[in-house]
Ligand binder design. Structure first.
Ligand SMILES: NC(=O)c1ccc[n+]([C@@H]2O[C@H](COP(=O)([O-])OP(=O)(O)OC[C@H]3O[C@@H](n4cnc5c(N)ncnc54)[C@H](OP(=O)(O)O)[C@@H]3O)[C@@H](O)[C@H]2O)c1
Length: 233
């Protein structure tokens, strides 16, 4: 594949396993240039380099460390991203009410799922030219209007906070001409989603890649799932 036939460049933050790894695989299959981050080396991600030539670049970033994100931004200076997507996130015991969590455990979920993704988007958004897409992996569980079953209290709160911060980000950068997306991947069989989840990684990630393509250049901000269905905020 020559540079002129590469359809785009995507930066995936959090691609060591699960949905980030699956997205890296889908985009490489589709001929894209993929910049994928890990906290520690991922054999599964490194294995995707076979056959991808120089289209896969692996970087090391912990999104809770602003210096890591700043270092990445510096190393990528001059790179134009068609899609910037923060995928990383953490969960907790879904049955534990937020009120019985330790301060440290609650703060960690909020920090990693809400503040760190927004800080990363803010630091890296300059790499996305007008017409590009800036996305964060949220969850259907982050829908305030959709919470009729309870559970996952701190996780839900962290993803709802992420959604709100994303909308504020979209307002602040409205003049940039980018599309801002809060993405719900569905319930997927990963370490986080567990074996009873309804979707496999390939179905969710192929759907998300199609959905992102459909939203390319549309502008504005939206909360959408892997099948491009709108989710209530
Ligand atoms: N699976 C589902 O059903 C589902 C549903 C809705 C939303 N989501 C969301 O989708 C995203 C991916 O979930 P998943 O199912 O793929 O989960 P997963 O299999 O548990 O993978 C989590 C990923 O996030 C990374 N990560 C966690 N903390 C990080 C940090 N501080 N800095 C950088 N990377 C970090 C992990 O890296 P390490 O390998 O280094 O830990 C790993 O790559 C999350 O945001 C999650 O909330 C998942």
């Amino acid at each position: 594949m020559t540079a002129s036939t590469i359809p785009g460049t995507i930066l995936l933050i959090g691609a060591s396993r699960g949905l980030g790894l699956g997205l890296a695989q889908r985009y490489l299959e589709r001929g894209w240039r993929v910049i994928a981050t890990v906290r520690t080396p991922s054999a599964a991600l490194s294995a995707l380099a076979d056959g991808a030539g120089d289209r896969l670049r692996i970087e090391t970033v912990d999104i809770d460390r602003p210096a890591d994100v700043a270092g990445l931004a510096d190393r990528l200076g001059g790179t134009a991203l068609d899609v910037l997507f923060v995928v990383a996130g953490v969960a907790h015991d879904p049955g534990q009410p937020a009120t019985s969590m330790s301060d440290e455990a609650f703060d960690q979920v909020m920090h990693t799922n809400a503040l760190s993704p927004l800080r990363a988007l803010e630091r890296l958004q300059g790499l996305v030219p007008a017409g590009g897409t800036i996305a964060a992996m949220t969850s259907g569980l982050g829908s305030v209007a959709g919470n009729e079953s309870g559970g996952w209290e701190a996780y839900r709160a962290s993803k709802a906070a992420l959604n709100m911060l994303l909308r504020s980000f979209a307002v602040r950068h409205a003049g940039r001409g980018c599309t801002v997306l809060a993405v719900d991947p569905g319930w997927v069989r990963t370490d986080m989603g567990g074996p009873k989840a309804t979707l496999d990684v390939e179905t969710s990630t192929a759907g998300m890649a199609d959905m992102l393509e459909a939203h390319r250049g549309r502008g504005g901000v939206a909360f959408v799932d892997y099948a491009d269905r709108e989710v209530a905020w």
